[in-house]
Design a protein around this ligand. Structure first.
Ligand code: FES
Ligand SMILES: [Fe+2]
Length: 422
């Protein structure tokens, strides 16, 4: 026995996990457009959100432009979340100072114009933009905003006519209903396919993944599928291959797009030869102890209209998924744990120094290494990966994520390459 007596938890190494301004990862994440809410959540009221340990108040002025201001009014500090959205901007409720989307104070109703001009007040603000039904903010150093990267799965020039929709597929929670833990352990989960087999099939029963059919408790997980991990130009993906009970082969990839975007194909295969993921998602740190999932969904069109009854591939918010019932008894959570239990259970922030990583954790290791490399690039004054400066390169950026079904002979023809189905 190795006694637990006197065991001490080492301090968390925060380099990869903590996201406040000035921290290494906080600064890295601030170099990318981060989604903060969906477009349809900005109507006639301002909306306060927190991300990367900072609060911002978002609003859309009468011309349709979105703004992201720091909450405390430059006059005497009232929160602008109580302000009034107007044609030209957001008006503080207290003494009526009016701010444009770029933060400039346009009106001071209790002061003279001469005073206002002399004071030249600007409410601290961040650049904001809307794309694909989501509102994004850029919280990095002024003037360093990259192009907005349009990946292939959300590019109609690649995937055909689709309507892009901003959605919170798991309410305001990350995929798997995870929220109360550090963002990184949630993000790492994307490249941890072994947990699909163990947690979502063997331990908790089928949690809505028909690709796991035929797996039983009597088999060792390592015999149920062949899994490799691969570095890609955009990040890290896993390649999973398994023989289905009917003799076909199932291939699946999911991918982390560094630093915090990810692509997960449908959780159940549709039998297609190569079915691309239909949504691009982000694990957005709210602060160091909370994470939010938010997605841009490429909704297929039928006769020019959004296809009725269609559901995004990872939307499993029905009775199949135990974690979808947000309030479950302690006993239910113990009997059928889901991602929430597994990931929040790693401690609020996982202590990497206490882990014993195995070969099955290769995806996690590659991802952490890649994130560290980006921290280094930033330190050296270089752009980290996935920063696009050239507009013409910002479209159709290839991702490598899909489900595929191959016949036994097709799989045999591909041989060792089957897991790298391009
Ligand atoms: S505190 Fe905002 S106008 Fe006075
Ligand atoms: Fe999961």
């Amino acid at each position: 026995m190795q006694s637990a007596y006197g065991n001490q938890t080492p301090p968390v190494a925060t380099e990869l996990t903590n996201v406040e301004a000035g921290s290494p990862m906080g600064e890295l994440l601030r170099r990318y457009w981060q989604p903060v809410c969906t477009s349809d959540e900005l109507k006639d009221l301002p909306r306060k959100e927190k991300l990367l340990c900072e609060e911002v108040v978002l609003f859309r002025d009468g011309s349709g432009k979105v703004g992201a201001l720091k909450p405390h009014c430059s006059h005497r500090g009232t929160s602008l979340e109580w302000g009034r959205v107007e044609e030209r901007g957001l008006r503080c409720c207290f003494h009526g100072w009016l701010y444009a989307t770029d933060g400039r104070c346009l009106e001071m109703p209790c002061e003279t114009d001469e005073f206002r001009e002399r004071m030249n007040v600007w409410q601290p603000a961040y650049p904001a933009l809307e794309f694909g039904g989501l509102v994004f903010v850029y919280m990095g150093p002024p003037g360093t905003e990259p192009e907005f990267p349009i990946y292939d799965i959300i590019d109609s020039q690649v995937v055909g006519e689709v309507e892009l929709r901003g959605m919170r597929l798991w309410d305001d929670q990350g995929i798997g209903y995870v929220k109360d833990c550090n963002w990184l352990q949630h993000y790492e989960n994307v490249v941890d396919p072994w947990h699909l087999i163990m947690l979502h099939q063997v331990i908790s029963g089928n949690q809505g993944h028909n690709m796991l059919e035929g797996m039983t408790e009597n088999m060792l997980a390592r015999d149920m599928a062949k899994i490799e991990f691969e570095k890609r130009p955009t990040g890290v993906r896993f390649n999973m291959v398994r023989e289905l009970p009917n003799g076909d082969y199932f291939v699946r990839h999911a991918e982390c797009i560094v630093p915090n975007a990810y692509v997960v194909p449908a959780v159940s295969h549709d039998g297609g030869r190569k079915t691309r993921a239909t949504e691009l998602s982000w694990a957005v740190p709210i602060d160091n102890e909370h994470v939010r999932g938010i997605s841009m969904v490429a909704w297929p069109l039928e006769n020019g209209k959004p296809k009725a009854g269609w559901r995004p591939g990872t939307d499993i918010s029905d009775e199949v998924r135990p974690g979808a019932a947000l309030s479950r008894s302690y006993e239910e959570r113990q009997r059928k744990p889901d991602d929430r239990e597994a990931q929040e259970g790693q401690r609020t922030t996982a202590v990497h120094a206490l882990e014993n990583l195995g070969m099955s954790d290769t995806g996690v290791v590659l991802l952490r290494r890649m994130l560290r490399e980006q921290l280094k690039r930033l330190e050296q004054g270089l752009d980290p990966m996935n920063i696009v400066r050239d507009k013409s390169a910002a479209r159709g950026i290839p991702t490598g994520t899909w489900n595929a079904i191959l016949s036994a002979s097709e799989a045999a023809a591909l041989g060792d390459k089957v897991g790298r189905l391009a």
